[in-house]
Ligand binder design. Sequence first.
Ligand SMILES: Nc1ncnc2c1ncn2[C@@H]1O[C@H](COP(=O)(O)OP(=O)(O)OP(=O)(O)O)[C@@H](O)[C@H]1O
Length: 272
Amino acid sequence: MAVAEKGLEKDAAAEPAQGGERRPTVIADDVHIVYRVYGGARGRGSATAALSRILRRKPGGNVREVHAVKGVTFTAYRGEAIGLIGSNGSGKSTLLRAIAGLLPVERGRVYTDGQPSLLGVNAALMNDLTGERNVILGGLAMGMTKTQIEERYQDIVDFSGINEKGDFISLPMRTYSSGMAARLRFSIAAAKDHDVLMIDEALATGDKRFQKRSEARIRELRKEAGTVFLVSHNNKSIRDTCNRVLWLEHGELRMDGPTDEVLKEYEEFTRK
Ligand SMILES: Nc1ncnc2c1ncn2[C@@H]1O[C@H](COP(=O)(O)OP(=O)(O)OP(=O)(O)O)[C@@H](O)[C@H]1O
């Protein structure tokens, strides 16, 4: 793994979750991410008007840029569970997608140890297939062997709680509620010991009991020496699972430090 040379001094404050040598898993070095929206301006009207606008479009014209992440720098280490907080539209999901390699960075660099798994996006599940087939598909997509999946199959189903109210696992996923689908996705992703697991609001979709189970699993994944990123608007979930928090506001990293310290400032900020 390449290691960025500059811009990392501010992370010196982050303590290792466990003793011993700290091993970096993700390094973001002055990361900028820009979305380009084509034809974003004056986009209303009939299809005829839209077609004539498209035909008139000059190369490079009518493009609006959204600078979603602005110069974010941090280093994540093994054994850390890092919460990502900030107002709506502050750039949390965008940053995770870039770390997962799903979005290009405009400037700066992202270095990762292994392939980070972004829960919900990397889990390539198919709505028309049964939950059962999707467990196998999701497992294979994460690089597990068929035998490994078979060994863990029952645990995944039990963890998801999908079958608690009947035999739902043999029904197509399109028949699941959004909460049930999110639970199955989380259960599949959490069945593997990831180097870097990134969870975007997944905990918010499950019910209280499932939230508790998934928080416990996140703590376990941390112990198994991986790094977990959790995006959430639920400060309690962040407090219960994360040892460190990155607070983004308007695409900028406003604070990076121990959970209690950052949440205290954030709660004061959101009370205003
Ligand atoms: N596909 C896209 N195209 C253009 N702009 C986008 C796109 N996705 C997000 N944005 C913009 O990027 C900025 C950051 O969005 P992002 O979804 O990363 O925020 P977030 O912190 O995850 O928000 P939330 O808490 O509401 O989920 C916002 O201004 C948003 O409008």
